[in-house]
Design a binder for this molecule. Structure first.
Ligand SMILES: Nc1ncnc2c1ncn2[C@@H]1O[C@H](COP(=O)(O)OP(=O)(O)OP(=O)(O)O)[C@@H](O)[C@H]1O
Ligand SMILES: [Mg+2]
Length: 287
């Protein structure tokens, strides 16, 4: 299924990044995208992880993927050709294919190796090929060339964080990497948001870590926290974002709250303190 989405100059590109594995990057990319789409925002996820979990998680199994982000990175196809629709209205995806697992090595010898994704996005914009409000990039659990491409192409970075021992150290490392990329490759980039994921506030250590993260990183930490919720972990095996799988579970409600807060920061929804808001957005008020 080919998507008819368009990229224009207004699309904001957010890299969902954390070098630590299993902290909820893919879950956040897919479910924040679904929640933003439910709020009327045209959203594209780029699955930049060779594991391909975001692609599988929206119901696109490996056998259904012909072109993907690998083909875009090596300059073999345009964005629109590799973009696919998902079952969620307004939510498209550029899938990951098997070839992506060799890309870290292949990219090393290529010209503009850190800029391949940024260049491809710029070309898509220039060709008026596609148009989205938000592009979320699901990064692999490393700070290699694929993640560098995401950070070089992004307007901002959002880090999911699991509240456990050493989480703060990992995040400080990530912050330094982001600052380095901002200095050398992409001055637009900054760590815009931290989302606490899979939290169980009954566990004392999780609560202490979450409080530490808030004390250390302040306002960039989203008030919305994603609870550990079995429905969230079941949804990918059904090929659906949790919103489509079980709209009323605590995970869906949390991702809708996150989307609402995200859009408040974007000034697209009124903030709780009564600030601006450019246009009303449907489902966000359901969270
Ligand atoms: N809120 C949640 N409640 C319960 N399970 C969750 C939640 N969020 C994520 N999970 C589960 O935790 C596991 C890791 O999540 P996910 O794949 O999103 O992490 P990741 O950071 O993308 O991992 P990787 O670094 O391997 O790409 C998955 O099995 C996922 O289903
Ligand atoms: Mg992942």
């Amino acid at each position: 299924m080919q998507a008819a989405g368009k990229l224009d100059g207004a699309a904001r590109v957010i890299a969902i990044v954390n070098q630590k594995g299993g902290v909820g990057k893919t879950t956040t990319a897919v479910n924040l995208a679904a929640a933003l789409a439910a709020c009327g925002q045209r959203t594209l996820v780029i699955d930049l992880d060779p594991q391909g979990n975001a692609s599988t998680g929206v119901g696109i199994p490996a056998r259904a993927r012909t072109l993907g982000i690998y083909d875009i990175l090596i300059g073999e196809c345009a964005f629109a050709e590799a973009t696919m629709r998902t079952d969620t209205p307004l939510f498209d995806i550029v899938p990951s294919t098997m070839d992506l697992s060799g890309a870290e090595i292949e990219l090393v010898g290529m010209p503009r190796r850190e800029w391949r994704l940024a260049d491809a996005l710029a070309a898509a914009r220039a060709a008026d090929e596609a148009c989205y409000d938000y592009i979320l990039i699901d990064c692999p659990p490393s700070l290699g060339l694929l993640t560098l491409n995401a950070l070089t192409a992004a307007d901002g970075a959002l880090a999911p964080l699991q509240a456990e021992f050493l989480a703060l150290e990992g995040l400080s490392h990530l912050k330094r990497t982001i600052d380095m990329v901002a200095e050398r490759l992409n001055p637009r980039l900054k760590l815009e948001g931290i989302v606490i994921t899979m939290i169980d506030r009954r566990v004392r250590l999780a609560e202490a870590v979450a409080d530490d993260v808030r004390a250390h990183f302040g306002a960039i930490v989203y008030r919305a926290e994603i609870p550990r919720n079995v429905r969230v972990s079941e949804a990918p095996s059904h090929g659906k974002p949790v919103l489509l799988y079980d709209l009323n579970c605590s995970g869906s409600r949390a991702y809708l709250r996150l989307a609402r807060e995200f859009l408040q920061r974007e000034n697209l929804l009124p903030s709780p303190s009564g600030g601006g808001g450019r246009r009303p957005v449907g489902l966000a008020s359901a969270a």
